[in-house]
Design a protein around this ligand. Sequence first.
Ligand SMILES: *[C@@H]1O[C@H](CO)[C@@H](O)[C@H](O)[C@H]1NC(C)=O
Ligand SMILES: *[C@@H]1O[C@H](CO)[C@@H](O)[C@H](O)[C@H]1NC(C)=O
Ligand SMILES: *[C@@H]1O[C@H](CO)[C@@H](O)[C@H](O)[C@H]1NC(C)=O
Length: 540
Amino acid sequence: MHRTLQRSISIVNRKLRYLNGRAGGIGDWIYRFSLIFFAFLCGSVWYSRTINMWAMKNIGDTFLRKEIYSRQIILGAFWRDESEQNVEGRYAVIHFLADGRMEHPLYCFSMQANNRYMITRANVQRIHRGKRASSDICSWAGHIAECELDVHSFKDFKISTTPNVEDSMLITPETPLKEPRRHDMVVCMAPMYIYTDWEILITGIETWLAMGASKIVVPVQSASNATYKILQEYEKKGLVIIRPWSKWPILSDTNPNGLVLSRGIEESHVNCLFFVKPWSDIVVFSDIDDFLLPLQPETLKFGDNLRIIRELFAEHPQSGSLLFEHRDVQFVPPQIEGAQSLAKFNFEFLRNSKNKMNCNVWRMKTRVVVNASRVDSVNMHETGIHRLGYVQTRVPCRQAHFYHLRHSHNTVPSPTPINMSPFADLLNKQWTERLETFTDFKTQFLNKTNTEYLEDFDRCMGAINDEHWSMKVSRCLTPHVCFSRLRRQVDCVAVASDYEFYRSGRGYFMNPINSRIQRSETNCESPTPEFIAGNHYFSP
Ligand SMILES: *[C@@H]1O[C@H](CO)[C@@H](O)[C@H](O)[C@H]1NC(C)=O
Ligand SMILES: *[C@@H]1O[C@H](CO)[C@@H](O)[C@H](O)[C@H]1NC(C)=O
Ligand SMILES: *[C@@H]1O[C@H](CO)[C@@H](O)[C@H](O)[C@H]1NC(C)=O
């Protein structure tokens, strides 16, 4: 070390001597002095080694940037229905969740007759822009990517984040459900998280069935055993389809579960939309406690909603989607004493709903009804992606609106009287017939789930909601960011999934595998998925 130092100093000195001969003027002297000073500084620093490897690395780190490439959690893949196309060809749609703040390139590879790949770039559209685009509060969002494939692709194809086939992953779109005929009206429910209210669930399902729906799709993440059993019974009758809606995996530096707007409702709705497209005409997107009814419920008849919606679509031939408001309805939940079962349940409690909010109170338009072939995405508050020049139509409250039966609605502000008795009669009649089809399940004892542990969750959701009216927001509006101090072992089931990842270029695809229904974690939570397979040493 010493020798090296001496050698470098002597080199500098020789250089200086050389310069010396030609130097002149004050500037040169300053230059010379600085150079000597610098040489001494470097020499002494080197000698006493105040700059070590780490200091150098720290200096270097100033220039380092984190570069995260596209990471796409695949939520579904679907074939584009031929009847929806206005151009020739074969198309597929990939539905994925990803960071909404960056671009997500996607290429499709389909094998052609000449044994070469047809490579196309997908048209990628974001379903919504997180918390209104300008902030990064809810930065992850669903996307749909549509690409053209070889006309003979019927089973699978490959996708990649780069145009290189070496980076591509095989993907198999869902086989469309085979229904004997197109359903006139299908309902896509909001996903069930920690759902325990089986009375409301039955009210929702029976109402929609009475009002003209013939299939109800329910995404489930976690629900009480009783609720889930009832859903399964309806599924056996062909009236309900349960779709597993698992949590998303935690990535190396983010947890997408806590970064998606409104509990991922829009993502699940879009997934449902593509699932039902091949066999549905009208699709309704709704919460379980929310349903369309005529303005005067005493005049109501079977199949009324189908009539109302068809009239609205006929009145607006250019509309692809209808946007409704919902009105709070006074709600007194059923009081069944002692042990409960389906046989003891009825709709008498609806007679106690004597008021609904009137149409003078301003409410956001938040319920969407679409013509399945005319839209590609659904947003709750703004317009979704419409196809082929169709538009969104906002339905005035006075023409039609949804009824919102929430537990907390003992009284409603600005009431207008309603008579729900004919509605209760109609549902009771339908229920008597339905009960017969439940056979021995109807007398089975159903536990009322303990909801005490949900109080913390409710308070948390309320607090987040309040925050979202302020300028400073710390959390995205999703249940996964809430913590309950009570740790309860409750009788719930939950969807559990494992994930595998595929490194594509410098990006990633993530796929759920082994989705299954099992006993839930504490507090009715669904387990956090883990990566159990991947093709690279870096996890996403
Ligand atoms: C939905 O759109 C399709 C295609 O434009 C049309 O044939 C059908 O009649 C529409 N359904 C309703 C209820 O308007
Ligand atoms: C009902 O709850 C009790 C205790 O809370 C439990 O032992 C029983 O297994 C539950 N039954 C069902 C069908 O969930
Ligand atoms: C609820 O269902 C799960 C899954 O089927 C089961 O493991 C669990 O024992 C059930 N709980 C009760 C209380 O019956």
